[in-house]
Design a protein around this ligand. Structure first.
Ligand code: 4GX
Length: 221
């Protein structure tokens, strides 16, 4: 999969995507990630990418010309162009699965007060938010999406991890898990887990997962 990112802060992307599973996926050629500086597509010698909103109001907007020119240069026929902004539909595991099926993504990171509306209307295929809180810009949301999508690419996870059931795949939160020691500061691991009775363990885990989901995330049930 090819993912291009368009942002004013390309340096933010160094680090988080150079570790662990994402690093391995990139080395293995499963993910081809390129981060581009929107400022490189500015027109004037001041490298202006923002301007004041018509009609007044606080803050600055990203100008349309640099974004259109960057996207037109970077996007291919099948590229899905996605804006990151709090006004997007809320990203979730179902959207991650859907994006993982694409060949090409181009993530356009929101900065300042947002985009000139013509970027939305005539350039973007989709607009995503990672949740209802306010960040300083869309770089972290872009990285969240890249992370969630990349681990779904075939071969990105080792067999052990990909075989393992996980929250949101089976629709419930995880059951409680324990490792050694069996007693730590007088807190004991539930007896059933030490019993060796696999049917009983499975039943206990199913019951725990359901109770926990009911308590914490009834919206998932
Ligand atoms: N999930 N932000 C984007 C600038 C902005 C404002 C309006 C477009 C329209 C966020 C989030 C988020 C803060 C990133 C505002 N861009 N993005 N930025 N939550 O809070 O995606």
């Amino acid at each position: 999969m090819k993912i291009d990112v368009l942002t004013l802060f390309p340096a933010m992307f160094a680090g988080p995507l150079d570790e662990s599973i994402i690093k391995r996926a990139r080395q293995a050629g499963l993910l081809d990630l390129s981060v581009h500086n929107l400022r490189d597509y500015a027109h004037n010698r001041h490298k202006t990418v923002d301007d004041r909103p018509f009609g007044g109001g606080p803050g600055m907007l990203l100008k349309p010309e640099p974004i259109f020119e960057a996207v037109e240069k970077l996007a291919r026929e099948r590229t899905r162009v996605i804006l990151l902004s709090p006004a997007g539909r809320t990203f979730n595991q179902a959207i991650a699965r859907e994006l993982a099926l694409q060949d090409d993504l181009l993530l356009v990171v929101g900065h300042y007060e947002g985009f000139d509306e013509r970027v939305r209307e005539h350039l973007a295929d989709d607009e995503l938010s990672i949740g209802d809180y306010v960040l300083t810009n869309g770089a972290l949301p872009a990285m969240v999406i890249i992370d969630a999508v990349t681990r779904l690419l075939p071969g990105a996870l080792g067999d052990e991890q990909s075989a393992c059931e996980e929250s949101f795949s089976h629709g419930l939160l995880e059951y409680p898990q324990y490792t050694r020691p069996a007693e730590f500061r007088q807190w004991k691991v539930p007896e059933v887990l030490l019993s060796g009775n696999h049917a009983e363990i499975a039943a206990w885990r199913a019951q725990q997962a359901k109770a926990r989901t009911w308590e914490r995330r009834p919206d998932l049930l």
